[in-house]
Write a protein that binds this ligand. Structure first.
Ligand code: ADP
Length: 512
């Protein structure tokens, strides 16, 4: 009988389940959107019970669709929206507050305070992160301060914290296992990424009792068994990783220097830096990458010394507005009817005729880090047409990625071999070709662009022996299309110089 690995892909807007076979092929998929809660401007919440129920129902649906029973599922891998914070009561399993979503800015003031308290440098050194309200630490502190009786219960050891992976593992095991993996832990802003343990000083600073925290294990590890009541049998939960790290693994970026870029709403560029912890001077984050190198006996945070040998690190840079700029062309400007149409328009003109568009709609991220910069268009002439406008928007996605890559190469000293791409906007051939041209490196799109779900499946499948080793997995990775750089150096230099001037204009606008 055919066997599968189940991937639970718990994203920001939907819960999905994909069943993969040994060839890494998608055999069944189910997806369900869930409610986004906006209690006030800048605040974003999810109902943790809805996260759990939607995830469980898509798991069952994916099995039913192809008539698979629990015995045919060899393992489950979980990948999740990162940093989103859930606190629940250990006795009842009920959340004490809604999930505070990574995008939520409610603790921005707390982070300002932290900087004033002089903790910025310490946090960078310990956690690899730039202090921000995105990460879980200040969200946990907020819940303990604001949810009814939360502080007392937490002090009495009765509350549990988890990112979404932990919440799902807890529920799937009916409260038997409270655990997370290194990649998710590294996004809490409470985890010492060098020594692979929760950082007591940071816990004290945020007044978070250690009893709330999950045990931390490698990403490819037997976390526990699903309770028999859920999916008709006990299934090993054998993999967990944050979405971007799962995508890095799903793209088979196992070696130092390998890079992937995901073109979704924003862009997430990650480089595997092997055993090296690289402190960025260009505003990139240092984070833990998922590996499957750990002996599954290792894994308890107490064995962190052994785990150090098998943890890899990554540099991460993000662009806030990428595919979202194309959505804006569609919904805001009404210049295209759908995202795919942008490709046809861009191809109608040879270039942008000197026009640049910097989509700094919500400030600029790495390497500029300016929250006040705003969208800027320069170089418009009487000859500027709709096609130029659309082309300039697409090109801006590639330029922003080029900036990140440049920062990454400088920080790491590692030259780019080739760029592996995925995410919705990677379907755009014009964009991919222009990307290859401006970074002067091969840009490779795999056949399966569901790399996040695939990465989680691989992590689980390796832990249970469904796949023998990484080499077997690598054989599954097949390019759909490789875009070779074809632009001469002089032209590239001129274009990049123009882009940087345009960015300067966006930054100058912020100065007043
Ligand atoms: P997310 O996971 O962030 O929701 P997806 O990976 O689903 O994102 O990608 C959706 C994004 O990609 C949207 O912002 C959309 O505008 C953009 N997109 C989708 N198809 C294309 C295309 N052919 N060309 C350009 N952009 C596209």
């Amino acid at each position: 009988m055919e066997t599968y690995i189940m991937s639970l892909d718990q994203g920001t807007t939907s819960s999905r389940c994909i069943l993969f076979d040994k060839g890494g092929n998608i055999c069944s998929m189910a997806q369900k959107e869930f409610t986004q809660i906006y209690p006030q401007p800048g605040w974003v919440e999810h109902d943790p019970m809805e996260i759990w129920s939607s995830q469980l129902s898509v798991a069952a649906e994916a099995m039913v669709k192809i008539n698979v029973n629990a015995g045919q599922i060899r393992g489950i891998g979980i990948t999740n929206q990162r940093e989103t914070t859930i606190v629940w009561d250990a006795d009842t399993g009920r959340p004490v507050y809604n999930a505070i979503v990574w995008q939520c800015r409610r603790t921005a003031d707390r982070i300002e305070q932290l900087k004033k308290d002089g903790w910025e440098q310490r946090i960078k050194e310990r956690t690899g992160l730039i202090p921000d309200a995105y990460f879980s630490a200040s969200k946990i502190a907020w819940i303990l301060e604001h949810a009814v009786d939360a502080r007392e219960k937490a002090e009495a050891g009765k509350l549990r914290f988890g990112t979404v992976d932990s919440w799902l593992i807890w529920n799937l095991t009916r409260g038997k296992v409270h655990a997370t993996d290194y990649t998710n832990a590294s996004r809490t802003m409470l985890f010492d990424i060098r020594n692979l343990r929760w950082d007591q000083e940071l816990l004290d600073y945020f007044k978070i009792p250690e009893s709330m925290l999950p045990r931390v294990y490698p990403s490819s590890h037997l976390f526990g068994m699903t309770d028999v009541s859920f999916l008709g049998g006990e299934i090993p939960i054998a993999g967990a990783a944050g979405d971007q790290q799962a995508a890095l693994f799903g793209q088979c970026c196992f070696e130092e220097g390998e890079v992937k870029n995901t073109y979704g709403t924003g862009c997430f560029l990650l480089m595997n830096t092997g055993k090296k912890i690289i402190n960025s001077s260009a505003g990139l984050l240092t984070t833990i990458a998922a590996t499957a190198d750990c002996d599954s006996a290792v894994g308890d945070a107490k064995d962190a010394k052994d785990a150090k040998d098998c943890v890899n690190y990554a540099l991460e840079g993000s662009v806030f507005v990428a595919g979202a700029a194309i959505q804006w062309l569609r919904d805001g400007m009404e210049l295209v009817r759908n995202a795919a149409e942008s490709e046809r328009f861009a191809a109608q003109v040879e270039d942008t005729d000197g026009m640049y568009l910097v989509p700094a709609f919500a400030g600029l991220g790495a390497p500029y880090w300016n929250p006040y910069a705003r969208g800027t268009i320069v170089g418009i002439t009487r000859g500027t047409s709709r096609a130029h406008f659309i082309r300039a928007t697409l090109e801006s996605i590639a330029y922003q990625t080029a900036d990140l890559l440049h920062a990454m190469e400088q920080d790491s000293g590692i030259g780019l071999k080739s760029l592996k791409v995925d995410g919705g906007a990677s379907a755009n051939d014009f964009l991919m070709q222009f990307q290859a041209d401006v970074i002067d490196a091969d840009t490779v799109r795999p056949g399966c662009i569901e790399t996040t779900a695939l990465g989680a499946a691989y992590l689980a499948g390796l832990a249970v022996g469904y796949w023998k080793d990484q080499e077997e997995i690598r054989a599954n990775w097949k390019p759909d299309k490789t875009f070779l750089p074809g632009m001469d150096e002089k032209k590239r230099a001129v274009l990049l110089k123009g882009w940087r001037r345009a960015v300067k204009c966006a930054l100058a606008w912020a100065e007043e």
